[in-house]
Design a protein around this ligand. Structure first.
Ligand code: CTP
Ligand code: MG
Length: 587
């Protein structure tokens, strides 16, 4: 059906170039654009470490000069100046390394945000219905941030300190070949210990990130449902439940700290100092090296301190970054089911809709619609009626593939909806949902949502047709009034007319109006009524409603009960033939 490789939904035409097969590959694919910075980082780290060696080596030389039978003070000034200059260069390199790492980490964070947002908007409703918002938020804010920290300071310090470990191995043999022993043994044990440490750390950092996501899920849900929670006086219970989650996060962090504290590298460092010094003194007693060499060598061993100190937390940062990368990738890679069929049909719709033996169930639920068949001619108005939970909303959402059917066929202009280009299908079919969502932007932005370039005149005439113009003018800032959050709150009837104005602007071939709110005062009712009949003109319209006046005038009425059609036809006909239908009017 589709040749598209990325399973993304909706009208996203952008794709990204990152590797998704494993967290490591994914991270590397994000590093790739910044390879120049990475090289700079490594060069900076090598330069920094080499220049750090200059200090003990020259200090050793100075001691030798002073301990000669006739002390030679003339070398001291040049030695001091050399040390000074070398350390200034070192400072510059260090600055470059730190700046490069920070720059790269910030740029990567930005790229990842972009990638994740793109991926989230591209996912099907099936995905979004199942994925808790709080967890998604935690992943797309804090986890993304952790990947940033993973590079700066994480990788920056690991690369920097790694070079320090190598320095004594390179430069100790300069004094006596056997002096390589201590740094070499230290390095081997250091890496063995590190490997073990990382292995133990990995599940703990996974826990840290996961418990955080869980806490966030809880937080966002209780804030979303705060009205219900207060209404039911359940604050205490919620606070307790939150406390449990917060404890889990704390415990995970404590466990991480515990492991860091037990890390053996510090002990190892002390042992290296002791054995290295003893070894050097033996060589000195045997007359194999001079005092300057002992001092220089001991100074070099002290370079091992930097990698040891940083390793405890720099590697935690890397481990946390990996856990986060895993979580972000999990989100990006999760199944989306629908594909946008970019090569599908894109022609203009006439508006003929046909259901052929359609059955449907939600991913983890029982069957919601069973064996639905009907056909609507272009321009007709269809009323869908039935009790709450009968499947009216579900039926409507199959037309524009908000959900894909389980069996049967939905055809638009005689073509299976899955054969249509998804963007083209949705641009021409507009659904006004039962719970109308408005963004916290201005009213005119909300109305022009589906047509961002719309002019003021267009927005106004759409609002007039939708009977929204009058109440909009009542606001102080008219069309510039901000909705929700810190702006005005709109009533159900007002929201509906804003949504209708949206529909007038985009001028879809098929309009679905999910209008299950029934009790509205008669003046408003009248206005909405007029707006709806304006909207229905010239396009195929589905109205899900309890308003008898609207049902009566529909060309086709579908009566649903428990997911099945129990009656279908025009009003007069149904009044005679259907008990289920005529009962609606009698009640
Ligand atoms: N359902 C579900 N998952 C969803 C939405 C609905 O399992 N995401 C189920 C509901 O439990 C219900 C059935 O699908 O049993 C039909 O739901 P719906 O189509 O929304 O019913 P409507 O007829 O639209 O009900 P109402 O009049 O209350 O809007
Ligand atoms: Mg409904």
């Amino acid at each position: 059906m589709s040749s598209l490789s990325i399973p993304a939904e909706f009208t996203l035409h952008r794709t990204n170039k990152f590797e998704h097969s494993s967290p490591l590959r994914w991270i590397l694919s994000h590093v790739r654009p910044y390879w120049l910075i990475m090289i700079m980082l490594i060069v900076g780290a090598i330069g920094n470490a080499v220049l750090a060696v200059v200090v003990p080596v020259l200090t050793g030389d100075a001691f030798n000069a002073m301990l000669k039978p006739t002390p030679d003070t003339s070398v001291l000034l040049p030695l001091a100046i050399t040390i000074g200059i070398s350390q200034i260069i070192r400072g510059v390199l260090q600055f470059g390394r730190n700046f490069g790492a920070e720059l790269m980490a910030q740029k990567m964070e930005r790229d990842i945000r972009d990638e994740l947002y793109l991926s989230l908007l591209g996912k099907s409703m099936t995905f979004h219905n199942l994925q808790p918002v709080g967890d998604t938020m935690a992943r797309s804010t804090n986890d993304v941030r952790e990947v940033n920290y993973m590079f700066s300071p994480g990788v920056n310090l690991v690369v920097g300190s790694f070079m320090f470990i190598l320095m004594p191995i390179f430069f100790a043999p300069r004094y006596h070949i056997s002096l390589i022993a201590t740094p070499l043994v230290f390095t081997v044990i250091y890496f063995i210990a590190l490997a073990r440490y990382l292995k133990q750390l990995s599940p703990i950092t996974d826990d840290v990130r996961e418990s955080f996501g869980k806490m966030n899920t809880h937080l966002s849900e209780s804030l979303d449902g705060v009205e219900i929670m207060k209404g039911a006086a359940q604050e205490d219970a919620e606070v307790n439940r939150f406390g449990i989650n917060a404890n889990e996060v704390r415990n995970a962090f404590v466990q991480q700290g515990d492991l860091e504290a037990k890390y053996i590298a510090m002990l190892l460092l002390g042992m290296a100092y002791a054995t290295g010094l003893v070894h050097a003194l033996f060589l000195f007693r045997a007359g194999l090296i001079d005092v300057g060499a002992v001092i220089a060598y001991f100074g070099m061993l002290q370079l091992l301190g930097f990698p040891t100190f940083t390793s405890t937390w720099a590697y935690s940062q890397i481990s946390l970054g990996f856990s986060s990368a895993r979580r972000i990738l999990e989100l990006i890679n999760s199944e989306t089911k629908l594909d946008q069929n970019a090569s599908g049909r894109t022609s203009e719709m006439r508006g003929e809709i046909e259901f052929r033996r359609v059955s449907f169930s939600y991913p983890n639920g029982e069957s919601v619609l069973k064996d639905i068949s009907f056909k609507v001619k272009p321009g007709q108005t269809v009323a869908i009626v039935g009790q709450t939970g009968a499947g009216k909303t579900s039926l409507a959402k199959l037309i524009n593939r908000t959900y894909d059917i389980s069996s049967g066929q939905v055809l638009v202009d005689g073509v299976d909806v899955r054969e249509w280009n998804l963007a083209s299908l949705r641009e021409q079919i507009s659904i006004i949902e039962q719970d109308i969502f408005l963004f916290s932007r201005s009213l005119s932005d909300n109305i022009a949502f589906g047509k961002p370039g719309a002019t003021k005149d267009e927005i106004m005439s759409a609002s007039i047709a939708a009977q929204a113009h009058d109440f909009i003018l009542d606001f102080d800032q008219t069309y510039a009034t901000t909705v929700g959050e810190r702006g005005v709150m709109l009533s159900g009837g007002q929201r509906q007319r804003i949504a209708l104005a949206r529909a007038f602007l985009t001028d879809p071939r098929v309009l679905v109006l999910d209008d299950s709110t029934s009790a509205i005062d008669s003046a408003t009712e009248d206005k909405i009524q007029r707006a709806i009949s304006n909207a229905a003109r010239g396009r195929t319209t589905f109205i899900i409603t309890h308003r008898l006046s609207q049902i009566r005038w529909a060309d086709l009425i579908i009566v649903l009960r428990k997911g099945q059609i129990v009656a279908i036809g025009a009003h007069d006909e149904l009044m005679k033939t259907s008990e289920a239908y005529s009962r609606i009017f009698r009640e």
